[in-house]
Each structure stands twice: as structure tokens, then as C-alpha cells.
Design a binder for this molecule. Structure first.
Ligand SMILES: CC(C)(COP(=O)(O)OP(=O)(O)OC[C@H]1O[C@@H](n2cnc3c(N)ncnc32)[C@H](O)[C@@H]1OP(=O)(O)O)[C@@H](O)C(=O)NCCC(=O)NCCS
Length: 178
């Protein structure tokens, strides 16, 4: 975890920080839960039931939380959460579980800055592939990932219940990751 606490180059007035186990995750959690990802709320709460559950996973190295911060009220303007699933504990693959930006701060590169930080860290830490599940209706999400070099990899029918399909988008980071 050599990059914990590192600040990334600013995007305008925004800086991205990867939270350490010492950080208070509550503001990031609040933002995570306030956004609409185009998936059923239960899908989000099943993955992230509470700040303490997320904190425990950060401590175990199973989850990384990135926040985009601007000078202001101290609340993050953006958040990204990345999962190292148990199957990928060999470091080959991580899942970008969510990227979210406060409505008033969108289309200014915050999502891109968060995603770039995730990509940069993952590459440096030997990850070979990043994947993300994107609901087909969420055009902004697909566009964000496409703009950051992710490509459509597969299609999951009824991923979030009947008629709620999603794409799997992926970015290979080098090496021979499957
Ligand atoms: C998706 C989301 C994270 C994008 O954040 P953002 O900070 O606005 O993204 P950026 O400003 O970095 O945009 C990068 C590119 O993504 C695409 N994009 C972003 N929002 C878009 C939208 N509403 N419609 C179409 N394309 C969009 C554009 O190509 C954009 O580049 P451009 O502004 O130069 O045209 C934000 O809209 C959001 O939080 N949505 C709700 C949560 C969500 O659906 N998250 C999806 C991932 S889990």
C-alpha cells in the first residue's frame, strides 16, 4: 500500500486521495449512497452495507476507496471504489465497483481524474486487468469508461433483475491477464 495518502495531480481545483484505514470513511460513504448508478439500491447496499464494513475491507486490502476533494465544505465531490475480489487475490484483476461525482461537479473531469488514479495505482501494483459492470441504460458511465480506454467485453442479460442488462467493460493494463 505504498500509495496510501498520496495526492494526485489536480484537475482544476480537485485533488484525488486514496483513503487509508486510518481515514474516516463516513463522508465518502455518504456520497456513495446518495448517487443513482442505475442499479437497484439493494445491489449497492449488499456490497457496501455500512461505513464500518467498508472500513474493515479497506483494512484487509479487499477494497480501495478514492475521494476527489475540493476546497469547500470538506465533503468529497467524487468517490471511486475498487474491489480486489478473493478470486483475484493474486492481484491480476480488480473491479471498479463504482465511480460517482456530486451532481453540481459533473462534466469537469472529476470522474476521469478518479479513474486515472485507480488505473495508475492498479498498474503500479501489478494488476493486469480492470473490469466494471455498467448498466446498459447508464450512458454517462459507459462514456466515462470508454473515454478512459475501457472496452466492451461482454453482455450480461438480466444482470440486475429482469430486463436490467449490463455490459462488462474492461481495461487491460499489460502482461498476460485473462
Ligand atoms: C458517470 C459520472 C461518474 C461521470 O463523472 P464526471 O465527473 O461528470 O465525468 P467526466 O467529467 O470526467 O467526463 C468524462 C467523459 O465521460 C463522458 N460523460 C460523462 N458524463 C456524461 C453524460 N452525462 N452523458 C454522456 N457522456 C458523459 C464524456 O465523454 C465526458 O467527456 P467530455 O465531458 O469531455 O465530453 C457521473 O455522471 C456520475 O456520478 N453519475 C452517477 C453515478 C454513476 O452512474 N456512476 C457510474 C459509474 S459506477
Amino acid at each position: 500500500m505504498e500509495v496510501e495518502g498520496l495526492s494526485y495531480p489536480p484537475s482544476g481545483e480537485v485533488r484525488v486521495r486514496r483513503l487509508s484505514e486510518e481515514d474516516d470513511l463516513t463522508p465518502a460513504f455518504r456520497l456513495m449512497m446518495s448517487l443513482d448508478y442505475g442499479v437497484p439500491e439493494e445491489a449497492v447496499t449488499a456490497l457496501f452495507p455500512s461505513p464500518s464494513a467498508v472500513q474493515a475491507r479497506v483494512k484487509m486490502g479487499l477494497v480501495s476507496v478514492y475521494v476527489a476533494e475540493a476546497d469547500g465544505d470538506g465533503e468529497p465531490v467524487g468517490v471511486a471504489v475498487v474491489i480486489s475480489t478473493p478470486q483475484s487475490y493474486n492481484r491480476d484483476q480488480r473491479v471498479v465497483a463504482l465511480v460517482g461525482v456530486r451532481p453540481g461537479h459533473r462534466r469537469r473531469g472529476v470522474g476521469t481524474t478518479l479513474l486515472r488514479a485507480v488505473i495508475e495505482d492498479s498498474r503500479r501494483e501489478g494488476v493486469k486487468k480492470l473490469v466494471a459492470q455498467v448498466p446498459v441504460q447508464n450512458k454517462a458511465s459507459a462514456a466515462l469508461f470508454l473515454k478512459n480506454d475501457f472496452r466492451f467485453e461482454s453482455y450480461l442479460r438480466d444482470a440486475y433483475g429482469m430486463g436490467r442488462d449490463s455490459y462488462v467493460m474492461a481495461l487491460r493494463l499489460g502482461g498476460d491477464g485473462a
